[in-house]
Design a protein around this ligand. Structure first.
Ligand SMILES: N[C@@H](CCC(=O)N[C@@H](CS)C(=O)NCC(=O)O)C(=O)O
Length: 430
């Protein structure tokens, strides 16, 4: 068949993501219009012929255009006869959950978020009503998901794709905080497990939960938005609003930045860490040794190699201990926290190595780790850029201290038990 062309700038547009995830799962090729510019491309006479409303996404098909993201996603799924249920009843259930995700969740989430993003006027009573409506919807969804992995049957359906996409901005923005989601653990688990599946991850990227609720915009007559203090989540009272690119708000009225625009490299200034006196230790050599050493040889080869090459003048080692371990009651949520932290440290990868361990055989799980940084201190840019630092207790390690050295060795080597606690998971930053 002739090609399918999607008019949208897919960047962070959840409606485009619905279509692209379905295309990925069922194996249908969907091309994006190159250089689509929101506010320009969707206002041309040619575009208005495809959708007189001037809204995206629109899919051009050999039979004609289709608008409305749910309908487009359903069309792509139907091309392969997949994802929409295998019996009349299942098909109805898929439709039921799509309507639920659209009318019971998405509409209310929009009323909650869009005033905060500045796209709609703010009215406290509208927000209050929207939050109550989401709680009611989540209450029902939570009971339903208590014994289920997916919304319909035992596999992903179109209902899951649309529901996950509709939920993403609640998590990315932080309004679906751990505190807000606490009464809905099955919705929480459903979101993180389904969104981590390969087709979802490929299109949505790594989702990081915003840890600070966005400030409510001022009602009429109040101080302007910039003068308001963000409302922090309970667990991280001091944490400033995180800045990862993925957490930019969606732009319903204008163009979402294209993926390539978002990733455009900034002009490179000299990193202050490059101005430190040269060190004989080459971090990449250690990272290679770490990665290439077999587990059985780890102590004799990798650990010995590390201490042989470690340069205490040019590098420093730091223990980090999570301050709020009592929050870590669900293993995968705890792991997501660590993944988010390491993701936010990506910019320092060239100058750092770390091993973070999740310990314990029952909740609350402990997060402990060790960082190796270029230079004698935790780099200032890390202190400035990564709000996670405040969530950890930092102690400079003294490798001449036997206890410190053994602790570092254990984190690097990952034995089954560390400091008397079962090692649940270890994550390496290299
Ligand atoms: N219900 C529509 C919503 C489409 C929509 O609101 N699109 C926004 C971008 S996310 C848009 O095109 N806005 C431009 C405008 O309002 O002029 C769908 O699911 O596709």
């Amino acid at each position: 068949m002739a090609g399918l062309v999607l008019h949208v700038n897919a960047g962070i547009n959840k409606n485009a993501h619905k279509v692209l995830i379905v295309a990925e799962i069922v194996g249908v090729k969907v091309d994006l219009v190159p250089d689509f510019e929101m506010g320009v491309s969707n206002k041309t006479p040619e575009f208005l012929k495809l959708n007189p409303l001037g809204k995206v996404p629109v899919l051009e098909t050999p039979d004609g255009p289709i608008s409305e993201s749910n309908a487009i996603a359903r069309y792509v799924a139907n091309l392969k006869g997949k994802l929409t249920g295998s019996t009349v009843y299942q098909t109805a259930l898929v439709d039921q959950w799509i309507d639920f995700a659209t009318t019971e969740v998405d509409t209310s989430l929009g009323r909650w978020l869009y005033p905060r993003f500045g796209y709609l006027p703010y009215a406290p009573e509208v927000e209050e009503h929207a939050i109550e409506a989401i709680k009611r919807a989540f209450g029902a969804l939570n009971s339903y998901l208590a014994s289920r992995t997916y919304l319909v049957g035992h596999f992903v359906t179109l209902a899951d794709v649309i529901t996950i996409c509709n939920l993403t901005w609640g998590f990315r923005s932080g309004v679906f905080s751990e505190e807000f989601m606490a009464p809905f653990p099955h919705v929480e688990r459903y979101f993180w497990t389904v969104s981590a599946q390969p087709a979802f991850k490929k299109i949505l990227g790594e989702i990081v939960r915003g840890s600070v609720e966005l400030p409510p915009p001022p009602a009429k007559g109040q101080a302007p938005r910039g003068s308001q203090t963000p409302r922090p989540s309970k667990a991280k009272a001091e944490a400033p609003k995180p800045k990862p690119k993925e957490e930019a708000p969606p732009k319903p009225k204008e163009e979402a930045p294209a993926a390539d625009e978002e990733e455009a490299p900034k002009p490179k200034a000299k990193n202050p860490l490059d101005l430190l006196p040269p060190s004989p230790m080459v971090l990449d050599d250690w990272k290679r040794l770490y990665s290439n050493t077999k587990a059985k040889d780890f102590a004799e080869v990798a650990l010995k190699g590390f201490w042989d090459m470690y340069d205490p003048e040019g590098y420093s080692l730091w223990f980090c201990d999570y301050k709020y371990n009592d929050e870590n009651t669900v293993p995968f949520v705890t792991m997501n926290k660590v993944s988010g932290f390491l993701q936010r440290m990506d910019f320092i990868r060239k100058y750092a190595f770390a091993k973070i361990c999740i310990l314990g055989d029952q909740p609350p799980y402990k997060i402990k780790g060790v960082w190796l940084f270029r230079g004698p201190e935790i780099p200032q840019q890390v202190r400035d850029e990564c709000y996670d630092l405040e969530l950890y207790e930092w102690t400079k390690a003294d490798p001449t201290d036997h206890v410190h050295k053994e602790r570092i060795n254990a984190y690097f080597e990952e034995p089954d038990v560390i400091e008397g606690e079962k090692l649940l998971e270890a994550k390496c930053f290299k």
